[in-house]
Design a protein around this ligand. Structure first.
Ligand code: ARG
Length: 579
């Protein structure tokens, strides 16, 4: 409907131009708002005010010109001029009901599949080998996966890229340490604590000269493709990724082994890449290293920024890999859009890598490169989220704690869930709560991780929404034989709820364009609130409710439950029929 009104008004502006009421070159943007107070209709526009200047007329005068040009239809029941020249549109309740019925009969719930499908590479999660997933990886994993699902829902081709840190000089020391461990304890390799493994390897490297010499040797050997070193390297990658995969599975993250496109993939491309940069006069030798001078990153005195792409010793850098990876994603994967979910401290690094890739001509025109930056996760004290003794919080421990807290929350509720179901409820609530807490915040700002605010049935939380869903399921159960039927909207609560359903398409598109899953969270949360108000005001399973009214209300329940479920699923969060 919003689009329809938009089209009508755009047509009127065009007509005004034809009639020379406004200059041909004037650029007016027709904007339609969803009204907050339904007394002012369903939609409103300030178009008359915007036209006042170019038309040299009073807004109210223009508003009545516009209103008179709006064609009569049975969708818009009334158009009103309000205040200084706002125009309010009242949409027919029958039309609204028909829209909800259309949503119900559409397996995409009114969300249109794009007619311009793009190939979108989404770089997310991207943990480092032989390290525990750190807090910024949780955010990247959860937000990235939600965006993957949203874009797929809209019909785009999404390529998941888990850009794991699986290459670099640290592998010499890691291989040497793995070898030492294997020799000490040949049959039973305990690597569950990756953080400790890395720490110990580093300790050996720093304190044991013999070990360090061996480790450095392994770096060279690994670089030159030595079979033994490659085998040991692969083992480290596998051990890490098997553990990470367990976490992905627990969190319902859609990444699998085949999505791994780590730094090592680009290693063979780095040497020819630097050569190409030299041939294109982008990279130059500077004090033995190969560097690119970027004018667009000049300091305040106008000195271009010097970016190293190959070190004096021949080694390549994180930036070199990201340039190669951008080239690969454009040329080999055919990306139209690349979104990289990495924390905001990597912003400059990404911008410089992409600038070099663009200057080298690796990024075709029109390809959009975006940094899905996010803020930090903070503890309740407002400081970066850490364990009590200042260490990294292991994601595994965090998820375990979420489950034990969810178990407590569920046990406080008096319910007769059978034990086998209880376990599923606890897991679904726990994972949903952790993910939702992250997704519901504005992506770019820091946020405070607070158990008490996420694991509760009150407020904008996953448990609240999951509960709203399961409550609707019990309404259906109670309704027994009665089924959803033709929708007739009579009460303001029904109308407000139906209006919310109609917005779903716009909301999902908005979230996709802005890479902002929290837009979907806010929407689903509002929907659940409107549903609760509707449910209080409009009885369904009471004897006095007429059959057709009941059928209509059940249809509204159906739409609410389908949208809550689809919305949450799009965020990677599951719902439960009973909880
Ligand atoms: N492995 C990196 C880290 O742990 C994140 C990688 C992000 N992606 C990229 N293409 N640089 O911070």
């Amino acid at each position: 409907m919003k689009q329809k009104i938009q089209d009508i008004l755009t047509g009127i502006v065009e007509q005004f131009k034809k009639d020379n009421l406004i200059p041909q070159d004037s650029n007016v943007r027709v904007m339609i708002e969803n009204t907050k107070d339904k007394k002012n209709g369903d939609y409103a526009t300030n178009l008359a005010m915007l036209l006042a200047k170019p038309m040299k007329k009073k807004p109210q005068e223009i508003a009545s010109l516009i209103v008179n040009s709006i064609p009569v239809s049975n969708e818009i029941t009334k158009v009103e001029i309000a205040g200084p020249g706002f125009i309010n549109f009242f949409v027919s309740k029958n039309y609204l009901a028909a829209q909800v019925e259309a949503i119900l009969s559409d397996d995409h719930l009114g969300v249109k599949v794009t007619d311009k499908p793009e190939t979108v590479v989404i770089d997310y999660s991207s943990p480092n080998v032989a390290k525990e997933m750190a807090v910024h990886h949780i955010r990247s994993t959860v937000i990235g996966d939600a965006v993957v699902r949203i874009l797929e829902f809209l019909g785009h081709k999404v390529i998941r890229a888990n850009h794991i840190g699986d290459w670099g000089t640290q592998f010499g020391m890691l291989i040497a340490y793995l070898e030492k461990k294997e020799n000490e304890n040949a049959s039973n390799l305990e690597l569950s604590d990756l953080e400790a493994f890395y720490r110990e390897a580093k300790k050996c490297y720093e304190s044991d000269e013999e070990f360090a010499v061996k480790a450095r040797g392994y770096v060279v050997k690994l670089q030159s493709g030595d079979e033994y070193c490659l085998k040991m390297w692969k083992k480290l990658v596998n051990i890490t990724m098997v553990q990470n995969q367990e976490i992905y599975n627990r969190l319902n993250i859609s990444l699998t082994e085949k999505d791994i496109m780590g730094e090592s993939l680009y290693n063979p491309m780095l040497k020819p890449l630097v050569e190409d940069l030299v041939n294109k006069n982008l990279a130059v030798k500077d004090d033995g290293a190969m560097v690119v001078y970027l004018k667009s990153f000049a300091d305040k005195d106008g000195n271009p920024r010097c970016v190293i792409v190959q070190k004096k010793d021949g080694g390549f850098l994180y930036t070199t890999t990201d340039i190669a990876c951008t080239k690969y994603r454009c040329e080999t994967l055919g990306a139209n859009r690349i979104i990289c979910f990495a924390d905001s401290r990597q912003h400059e690094h990404l911008m410089m890598s992409w600038e070099i890739a663009r200057l080298a001509g690796y990024v075709p025109e029109g390809v959009v490169l975006e940094h899905g930056a996010f803020g930090m996760m903070l503890g309740k004290d407002g400081k970066p989220f850490k364990t009590r003794d200042g260490g990294t919080v292991k994601l595994k421990d965090l998820l375990n704690e979420a489950e034990s807290r969810a178990a407590e929350l569920i046990s406080q509720r008096n319910n007769d869930l059978p034990d086998n179901l209880k376990d599923e409820v606890i897991k679904t609530v726990a994972m949903g709560a952790v993910k939702y807490a992250d997704l519901s915040k504005n992506r770019t700002t820091d946020y405070v991780f607070d158990w008490d605010n996420m694991l509760t049935f009150e407020g904008n939380t996953a448990p609240y929404l999951q509960y709203a869903y399961s409550r609707i399921q019990s309404i259906f159960k109670k309704a027994g034989e009665a089924k959803p039927g033709k929708i007739v909207i009579t009460t303001p609560e029904e109308e407000a709820l139906a209006q919310q359903f109609v917005k779903f398409n716009e909301v999902v598109n908005n979230a996709a364009n802005k890479i902002a899953p929290h837009i979907i969270c806010t929407y689903v949360y509002e929907l659940a609130g409107l549903f609760m108000r509707f449910y209080e005001a409009c009885p369904i399973n009471k004897d006095e409710v007429a059959e057709d009214v009941k059928a209509s209300r059940l249809a509204l329940c159906k739409a609410a439950s389908s949208i809550i479920k689809t919305g949450l699923n799009m965020l990677g969060i599951n719902v439960l029929d009973r909880m």
